[in-house]
Design a protein around this ligand. Structure first.
Ligand code: ADP
Length: 309
């Protein structure tokens, strides 16, 4: 297994309040070295607030937070040099050439080598790793959206961070750029030294990249587990597809096994092209968020009870 037992992110009872509004309520989770975590949730759920608190950009209202053994509220330059951060909006370095920009950013980390991470990336090596070799001497403003985003990731990675934060890294990507980006992140994850926390609205992306998925809704974690574990919370649901007398049929059911059995009992060999598909992460996600918002979820329930006391 590529993850180790070492806890790199430790969040316990995190709360954030803006004025009278509670935007994070009792958020608790951990991440281990080498893990890839995806933070999902509807707009306004508190994803960016969480990530900004972990990066040390925002002061929390309450709770305990440690990233690489340090409280981000008191993180010094040495600690910051161990983080890589890719923000949502692209910073304007349009006139710089790719190679120069990365060399400049890399020089910032040179004085902050840690025992784990000996040196910043060599510029050309990093440019190749993010697939920008052909564009190394172009000005940033001449790059496509996907190429700029890869450059953002290169800037985030240049100090060989132990912890990489990616806020909606593939928003606006075409399928080809998205696939190349996924390969980049999976390659980085496979090396096992970098813990990655990313936010995304793209559920297949979360499923493909993340070892663990956290679903945040209205400031609470309503699910925490692998895509498979989350799907198992939505017990037994699945989709059955079949062809009968030349017509294609699709049915969602709580009990696919029973359904298929009944189908064959009724129609026997007239059934062809039978497929049984477990519920997708999208079904699971919508179901968990719906459950939390209607007060049926365990987590939401427990917190609501706590607050009512
Ligand atoms: P997400 O990233 O999941 O879309 P955010 O963390 O950006 O959610 O926002 C969570 C909630 O906090 C939203 O209701 C947002 O309006 C509110 N919020 C974010 N930043 C501030 C701020 N500086 N002052 C007041 N409210 C804020």
């Amino acid at each position: 297994m590529r993850t180790s037992e070492e806890v790199v992110i430790d969040v316990d009872g995190l709360r954030m309040r803006y004025g009278a509004a509670d935007v994070l309520r009792d958020v608790t989770f951990q991440a281990r070295r080498g893990e890839v975590l995806a933070l999902l949730g509807p707009n306004g759920a508190g994803k960016t607030t969480t990530i900004e608190i972990l990066e040390g950009f925002r002061m929390r209202s309450a709770g305990r937070v440690e990233v690489l053994g340090t409280d981000p509220a008191h993180g010094d330059e040495h600690w910051r040099a161990r983080l890589g951060i890719v923000l949502q909006s692209w910073r304007d370095h349009g006139k710089w050439r790719v190679r120069e920009l990365l060399a400049h950013q890399g020089s910032y980390y040179a004085g902050h080598s840690t025992e784990r991470i000996a040196r910043p990336w060599d510029g050309d090596e990093l440019i190749a790793a993010v697939g920008l070799t052909e564009h190394a001497d172009k000005q940033v403003r001449m790059l496509s959206g996907g190429q700029r985003r890869r450059l953002d990731v290169a800037i985030g990675m240049v100090g060989r961070p132990e912890m990489l934060f990616l806020d909606e890294p593939t928003a606006g990507f075409d399928p080809q750029a998205r696939r190349e980006f996924h390969e980049l992140i999976l390659g980085l994850a496979a090396a096992g030294q970098t813990t990655i926390l990313l936010t995304t609205h793209d559920l297949p992306e979360a499923e493909k990249l993340a070892d663990r998925i956290l679903i945040l809704d209205q400031g609470r974690i309503v699910a925490d587990g692998s895509a498979k574990e989350l799907a198992e919370q939505i017990v037994g649901e699945g989709e059955v597809r079949w062809t009968l007398n030349g017509r294609r049929h699709v049915r969602s059911t709580q009990d696919p096994t029973r359904f298929v059995f009944d189908l064959f009992e009724t129609h026997g060999e007239a059934i062809s092209n039978l497929e049984v598909r477990p519920s997708s992460l999208e079904d699971t996600y919508l179901s968990l968020v719906h459950r939390a918002e209607s007060g049926l979820g365990d987590t939401a329930d427990a917190s609501a009870r706590k607050e009512a006391v």
